[in-house]
Design a protein around this ligand. Structure first.
Ligand code: ADP
Length: 397
């Protein structure tokens, strides 16, 4: 083991992802997923090279899950408690106004992240639990929080503010924070490198399309707008989230259907988006349903694409024209039809997708626009774990 190894932890409410990253090579030395935490039928899948080890059985809480994962590192010959790991990087969803760069974690930082749970009740509490458990297991290694909101901290005021009563907004921390920042920052950096361009001289649109989805407009390496807002609910249509809706719908559901705030929260976060419209949230399953002739699935797809095109159009105007449009994350990297449909009929704006390039199988960064196209369209695999690991090294060096 070298001292370039960073353990990256992404702790959710009932699952926890981890990856041991070699920041010298960028490779994932090992990775795993702890699922169904709190259930009697929990399971852990741990990958190390070609070897996959599984654990099945009750995982009462995050601490137990992480301890089991650490044991799997031991079992596969890469003990984490030895001297090998130089830092632990934690993905933290909401940094509020307080955290706008990677931050070495101490008790006060944990308390502050916990306090920000009012802004991210679904995300920050499990992030804090993951941090506490990992600190207990690796107490002598620096732990670093990397915030999903950080990249968008400096959004221009016109993009950052909601047009609501300023006193109410100020009192309750209501502004557009943006999320997936680690991915948007990483991907836009890779784009500049890939094109051999100076990032400070580039106008980009990045489309992060995974289960969660967000778009950003990046000018000279700095975001000038993004589709997610106070929470990760705003913007594009997602796997289970609605994205943009008329806020009047919330009042209507409350008054007319007697739905309480928690019901509406569940509706918009878990029972909307592709899931709400078609019954599935996974894009591959959606594609299969469309092939099988499901009109509901086709409608969900059409709404998804319509929303995506609306944001692309808005960002082209905000940027005064983009030089690069990049697709990333599960759907963006893998769905040729989404890429083709999102940018169909935009030749007038110098935007086109080459069908052969778009459908070519590849796992690396690539151009999918035709040779000589005024706007370069790219597919770039995101790697949030590597970005978090590098941030943790940078701040602890
Ligand atoms: P997250 O990190 O937000 O959980 P991912 O970036 O892993 O999500 O993206 C998951 C999405 O990517 C799922 O909807 C999945 O169906 C989709 N996806 C993965 N592979 C493919 C594929 N080959 N074709 C279409 N969609 C895919």
């Amino acid at each position: 083991m070298t001292n370039s190894l960073v353990l990256v932890i992404n702790s959710g409410s009932s699952s926890l992802k981890y990856q041991l990253v070699d920041t010298d090579t960028g490779a994932a030395v090992a990775s795993g997923l702890v699922e169904r935490i709190g259930e009697s039928d929990g399971y852990i899948t741990h990958k190390c090279g070609d070897e996959v080890i599984e654990h099945r059985g009750p995982i009462p809480d995050h601490a137990a899950g992480l301890a089991l994962a650490f044991k799997m590192f031991d079992d596969s010959g890469h003990s984490l408690t030895g001297a090998g790991v130089r830092a632990v990087g934690h993905r933290v969803v909401h940094g509020g106004e307080v955290f706008y760069k990677p931050t070495v974690i101490d008790d006060a930082v944990v308390e502050e992240i916990s306090r920000l749970s009012t802004l991210a009740p679904l995300h920050n509490p499990p992030n804090v639990v993951g941090i506490e458990c990992a600190r207990a297991l690796l107490p002598h290694v620096p732990h670093v929080a990397v915030f999903d909101t950080a990249f968008f901290h400096g959004l221009p005021a016109a993009a950052r503010l909601y047009a609501i009563d300023v006193e109410v907004a100020r009192a309750h921390g209501i502004r557009r924070y943006g999320f997936h920042g680690t991915s948007h920052e990483y991907v836009s950096g890779v784009v500049a490198e890939f094109l051999g361009r100076d990032n400070s001289d580039l106008n980009q649109i990045v489309l992060h399309l995974g289960n969660g989805a967000s778009a950003s407009a990046i000018q000279g390496g700095k975001p000038i707008d993004t589709s997610m807002g106070l929470t990760p609910l705003e913007g594009l249509v997602m796997g289970t989230r609605s994205g943009d809706v008329d806020p009047g719908i919330l009042m209507h559901l409350n008054r007319s259907a007697g739905m309480k705030v928690d019901d509406i929260d569940t509706l918009l976060n878990r029972r909307s988006g592709l899931m709400g419209m078609s019954g599935v949230n996974d894009f591959r399953e959606l594609g299969q349903l469309i092939e099988d002739g499901s009109t509901a699935a086709k409608l969900a797809y059409d709404v998804y694409i319509h929303r995506l095109r609306r944001y692309i159009g808005a960002y082209l105007i905000e940027l005064g024209g983009a030089e690069v449009i990049t697709f990333t994350a599960g759907v963006g990297e893998n769905s040729a039809s989404v890429r083709a449909d999102a940018l169909a009929g935009l030749q007038k704006f110098g935007i086109a997708v080459d069908p052969g390039r778009n459908t070519a199988k590849s796992r690396t960064a690539r151009v999918i626009s035709p040779e000589g196209s005024p706007v370069t369209v790219l597919v770039v695999p995101t790697n949030e774990e590597l970005a978090i690991a590098r941030a943790a090294v940078a701040i602890t060096t």
